[in-house]
Design a protein around this ligand. Sequence first.
Ligand code: ATP
Length: 306
Amino acid sequence: MDASLAVRARGITKCFGDVVALDGVDLDVTEGRIHGLVGPNGAGKTTLLGLLLGLAVADRGSLEILGTPVGRVLSAPDGVAGFVDGPGLYPSLTARQNLAALASLRGPDARTAGIDEVLDQVGLTAVADDRTRGFSLGMRQRLGLAAALLTRPRLLVLDEPSNGLDPAGKRHVHGVLSRLAADGTAVVLSSHRMDDLEALCSEVTILATGRVVFSGPLGKLAAENRELDYRLLTSDPPAARELAAAVRGIEIVDAGVLVVRASVPALDELVARLVGAGVAVRELAPVVSPLETAFLALTEQQEDGR
Ligand SMILES: Nc1ncnc2c1ncn2[C@@H]1O[C@H](COP(=O)(O)OP(=O)(O)OP(=O)(O)O)[C@@H](O)[C@H]1O
């Protein structure tokens, strides 16, 4: 057993009747890391998160959470908090009353953070005494996060936590999750937003039809020899086009707004030539992120193999 692993899953299989939702899934999540779970609809993400939260048990395989093997009986593992399919809230109670109800359900001996503290953490202090019936999706998501933080979890499990959040809300929640991870909490979250995952996660697991098609550091996905399309804004577009056309390994995809298809070494060569020719590079960014490119390629490969 590896003490630094918050989750160690081996060969996890979970079926619903004839549907194999998870098929021999291995997953390692290290303490203090934010681990992203991605996959097309129906890939098994929510099912896997539900197993981590103790909402269901696997049919086969072994699961250790925070160093303790999970048995075959339904129970929430100690130190784990979070939600799938949106947080469960009482609509007729205020945000503060919802949290107070949850804290009292946990009993006087439970490790519980202060209600004001968690409301402040998620940025809901101003609406603490409003009934949650009128809360937007983003506000409900934040309150769900506050409810999870109430338990001071060592493993936080979140299904699409950025759903419904505006850019400021998303930034706020990203800050909360990053600080938790810096303090040693492991965070596992699912998302369909590749930009969110790239901004937050150090590791990702890609699921497709219940199987892991990639698991590991994000950097490993953005392999340097992979060709991507890059948008290039410079101080002298005609000169940039001419220089791009002359670099071996660069294909001009769009000559209007300059988009080039290149591997990282060819792109480096182009940037060096631009700088050498006195052309300023104002923006250079992949049109589709490395994670999304890898995700699409890996899942298409799996679809083709079926
Ligand atoms: N309670 C259930 N009863 C029957 N089938 C289920 C149940 N829960 C999940 N499934 C099936 O298991 C498979 C995986 O579902 P799951 O919800 O885990 O996928 P997901 O990756 O979270 O999808 P999405 O991105 O759409 O939320 C799907 O085929 C789904 O229909």
